[in-house]
Design a protein around this ligand. Structure first.
Ligand SMILES: [Zn+2]
Length: 134
C-alpha cells in the first residue's frame, strides 16, 4: 500500500487552530462521510495520513486546523472514488480534491491555498483532469 499524498511540511502554513467545538464538528463530518461511503476511517493522533483505496480505509489525524479537515476530505475522496491503478497520479489527486470541495460543509481560501500547495507537490498547476488522462 502507498500513501496517496506527499506529507506536506505544514508547520509554516497552518492557519489558526480551530476551536474545540469546530474540531469536533469537522471530525464528526468526516466520520459521517466515511459512514455514507462505507470507508473505514481511523482517526489516529500523529499517524501517517493516507488513503488505502484498495481496502477503503483512511488514516487521519484528529482535526485541529482547517487544513486537517481539507486533507481528511481529500483522503476520503481517494477511497470514495474507487481509483484504479492505471489512472495517473495527477488524475487521482485532482479528482480527490474536487470530491473534497463538493462534500465539504465549508470551504475557504486557506483550504484552497492548501489544495494548490498539495497539487504543486505533485507538479500539478492546472486542475483540468483531462490533461492527465493516460
Ligand atoms: Zn491525494
Amino acid at each position: 500500500m502507498r500513501r496517496s499524498t506527499p506529507r506536506p511540511n505544514t508547520d509554516f502554513m497552518r492557519d489558526v487552530e480551530l476551536s474545540r467545538e469546530k474540531q469536533r464538528v469537522f471530525d464528526r463530518h468526516l466520520k459521517c462521510l466515511a459512514l455514507r461511503e462505507g470507508i473505514d476511517l481511523r482517526i489516529i493522533p500523529e499517524c501517517i495520513v493516507g488513503s488505502y483505496s484498495e481496502i477503503k480505509r483512511v488514516h487521519m489525524i484528529p482535526v485541529r486546523f482547517i487544513e486537517d479537515y481539507a486533507i481528511g476530505l481529500h483522503e476520503l475522496g481517494h477511497s470514495a472514488l474507487y481509483h484504479r491503478p492505471e489512472q495517473s497520479r495527477e488524475w487521482k489527486e485532482i479528482l480527490a480534491w474536487k470530491w473534497a470541495r463538493k462534500n465539504s460543509c465549508t470551504w475557504n481560501l486557506t483550504m484552497e491555498e492548501h489544495v494548490a500547495y498539495c497539487l504543486s507537490c505533485w507538479g500539478i498547476y492546472d486542475e483540468n483532469p483531462a490533461k492527465y488522462v493516460i
